[in-house]
Design a protein. Structure first.
Length: 154
């Protein structure tokens, strides 16, 4: 369901069970009967900036990127939804700014990435409202204090 990749130093600081629960909760509230497979890469600012430039033509650091790659394995029947990349350094700064623990921020970013993999976006007011409401519902289910974290479209 959730494969997590990171450098060993970062992995030691991750609560893997908590991230798995966040993914499971998101999949459940999105209506998946069987949780799909996703990969989460927890990386650094430099790496995520390179990917942001390469895939979004934006030469800046970001907190989370999602790469939708949905397909169903014909042999196993398992669905692979895609990949999520989170910058650990940016997540840490954002957690400190919010005055929250790091795992709350990582949970929120993972849920946000999963919603994008499921086809949601926040570029119009109606899309923003739908995605924001669902993200808040999932985070509330996880007892995560972060709410209204998606910026409204301009």
């Amino acid at each position: 369901m959730l494969t997590i990749k990171s450098r060993q130093a970062v992995r030691k600081e991750l609560d893997i069970r908590r991230l798995q629960r966040a993914a499971s909760t998101a999949f459940s509230l999105l209506g998946f009967d069987t949780p799909p497979e996703i990969t989460l890469q927890v990386t650094d600012d430099r790496t995520i900036q390179k990917f942001n430039l390469q895939y979004r033509d934006t030469d800046e650091v970001t907190d989370v990127l999602s790469f939708e790659n949905a397909f169903t394995d014909p042999e196993s029947g398992e669905t692979y939804l895609g990949d999520i990349m989170i910058s650990y350094e940016t997540a840490r700064r954002q957690a400190e700014t919010r005055g929250l623990e790091m795992m709350a921020e990582l949970e929120m970013l993972l849920v946000h990435g999963i919603l994008h993999l499921a086809g949601m976006d926040h570029s119009t007011p109606s899309e923003w409202q739908e995605m924001s409401d669902l993200q808040d519902e999932i985070l509330a289910e996880l007892n995560n204090p972060i709410q209204k974290s998606i910026h409204e479209p301009v």
